[in-house]
Design a protein around this ligand. Structure first.
Ligand code: ADE
Length: 225
């Protein structure tokens, strides 16, 4: 998978890709990430990429011209499966959407800043809008990093068997069950007996029940999906 990310702050978004699973995915050739600095497409030599909004109001809006220039150049080079805009005023990301995106070949992600982008960018170019939650971040960069992490770890071959994504929370609309490791007893707290029993069908059953219990308590909305 190739992901192109357009941003006004490349340095803000680069580091999550330099560690752990995201780094390993790139080293294994499973994911290729390219950052594009919107300022390289500025409308003047002073690096202008944003302006005040028509109608008044605080906050700068990213202009259509630099984004059009950057997107058009990239779209000439390859076909994108999706052109994604990260914004809080969109449907929230879930595991289902991450699964679907993990199957794509070329993704382009546009990150907003300040008050966002001129609506005409969204109307003309964007095929999918994604929020990562009902809160407002200072920009879309961290949201894009979250999206990329959720998607890239699902690409076959990125995670080893020992960290298979199939047992993750949400993969089957359930939160993950509790997990324990050594020691079997810490102070007066014991690991549930069943996990030490070696009876794997019973352990699976216990985990499912615990997942269900936790989901009913914390996220009952997931059970109605
Ligand atoms: N940009 C600012 N806040 C955001 C959010 N919650 N999700 C995606 N992009 C954003």
């Amino acid at each position: 998978m190739r992901i192109d990310i357009i941003t006004v702050s490349p340095e803000l978004i680069k580091s999550p890709f330099e560690y752990s699973i995201l780094k390993r995915a790139q080293d294994k050739g499973k994911a290729e990430i390219h950052f594009h600095d919107l300022r390289d497409y500025a409308i003047n030599k002073y690096g202008k990429i944003d302006d005040y909004q028509f109608g008044g109001g605080a906050g700068m809006v990213l202009m259509i011209e630099p984004i059009d220039k950057c997107l058009s150049e990239l779209m000439k080079q390859r076909d994108y499966d999706e052109i994604i805009y990260m914004t809080p005023d969109a449907k929230t990301l879930d595991q289902g959407r991450a699964n679907i995106l993990s199957d794509k070949k070329n993704l382009l992600i546009l990150t907003g800043h300040y008050k966002g982008v001129d609506q005409r960018v969204r109307d003309k170019f964007i095929t999918m809008e994604i929020s990562i939650g009902d809160y407002v971040l200072s920009g879309g960069e961290l949201a894009a990093a979250v999206l990329c992490d959720a998607v890239i770890r699902l690409i076959p071959g990125v995670l080893g068997d020992e960290t298979s994504a199939l047992t993750d929370s949400f993969q089957d609309h359930l939160l993950a069950p509790p997990v324990y490791t050594r020691p079997a007893q810490y102070e007066d707290m014991k690991v549930p007996e069943i996990l030490l029993s070696g009876n794997f069908p019973k352990i699976d059953e216990w985990r499912h029940e615990e997942a269900l219990k936790r989901t009913k308590l914390i996220r009952p909305d997931l059970l109605n999906q």
